[in-house]
Design a protein around this ligand. Structure first.
Ligand code: GLV
Ligand code: MG
Length: 314
């Protein structure tokens, strides 16, 4: 369902351990835009193979509604990747939207997954490119190669930052991933966030921030989300259902912003189409074609989240 899910909202992306039948059963009822059933780091090595059939069973047995549904396979530097892909896609590929590939270091790793998916799709009667790819950037090599990675396959829908593995790969002296470091004067990930965002946008991908590990501290989560939301990210991972509500709220425009964006589009259309002017005053500010482009992004993000314009006074 690559075509189906490419433009769907991914404000909140819920991680569900593939080895836990209890969590798998609960996941469809949690109001996350996207859910990924994990075969990677939240599953113990001794449970890796058994988790595949639990994930297949969950995909087939539960009603996932309109959610973007993804499975995170193990990275290519393990012995599980091909087995994960073949077992999950062959047995549950028709409802599956995407496969997430962790610790991507090069474009070749994405190409290898694309080729494997093409064979599996052909063998189990799925349309070519039915399964999309999410690539995680969470190693220094991955970040260096992020531009080629984002351009590596038409299956790519999303590029995702993995702060915990990235901190380990950088050898940062921290023990909690994805949280603010008070001793650092500024944002220690600002360059990383921006680099990934630019590479993703240049290739038409959605761009997602990874986990915030202090799962009980919702105020700190809300505060931290502002960073990537303000830069332009589409959403963030949730490790716990309580994080989903906060993340959905932060990555949705406010009604006022949404209505204002629509008003800019109306004013600009009037100016250019009726008055033949390229730049006009809108309240206290000047708007032009660049303002239209910014407003369009707000409107499409809001519409993707199901927002509607407030009724206008006539
Ligand atoms: C996510 O996979 C991370 O490493 O932060
Ligand atoms: Mg990781």
């Amino acid at each position: 369902m690559s075509a189906r899910s490419r433009d769907l909202a991914r404000r909140s992306c819920l991680s569900v351990p593939g080895s836990s039948e209890r969590f798998l059963e609960k996941a469809p009822s949690i109001p996350a835009d996207m859910v990924f059933l994990d075969l990677e780091d939240s599953v113990a090595p001794l449970e890796k193979e058994a988790a595949r059939s639990k994930v297949v069973n969950a995909i087939k047995s539960y009603d996932w509604g309109d959610k973007v549904l993804c499975v995170r396979v193990n990275a290519w530097d393990t012995r599980w990747t091909y087995g994960d892909v073949i077992e999950v896609v062959s047995n549950a590929g028709s409802r599956l939207d995407e496969v997430m590939l962790p610790k991507v270091c090069s474009a070749a790793e994405v190409v290898a997954l694309d080729l494997l998916l093409t064979q599996v799709e052909a063998n189990c009667g799925l349309e070519r490119n039915h399964i999309g790819i999410e690539a995680q950037i969470e190693t220094v090599t991955g970040l260096i190669n992020v531009e080629e990675i984002c351009a590596a396959s038409p299956r790519l829908e999303t590029i995702v930052f993995g702060p915990a593995d990235f901190a380990a790969s950088m050898e940062m002296p921290v023990l909690t991933g994805g949280v603010q470091i008070p001793e650092y004067p500024g944002d220690h990930f600002h360059y990383v966030f921006s680099k990934i965002l630019m590479a993703g946008r240049a290739n038409g991908l959605q761009v997602i921030d990874g986990p915030f590990l202090k799962i009980r501290d919702l105020d700190a989560l809300r505060d931290y989300c502002q960073r990537t939301k303000t830069l332009g990210y589409d959403g963030k991972w949730a490790l716990h259902p309580d994080q989903v509500r906060v993340i959905n709220e932060v990555y949705t425009p406010t009604q006022e912003q949404f209505d204002n964006a629509w008003a800019i589009l109306d004013a600009y259309a009037l100016a250019t189409e009726r008055e033949r002017k390229g730049a006009v005053m809108f309240g206290e500010e000047m708007i032009d074609e660049a303002s239209r482009k910014m407003a369009v992004k707000f409107v499409s993000r809001g519409e993707r989240a199901g927002m509607q314009r407030s009724a206008r006074e006539s």
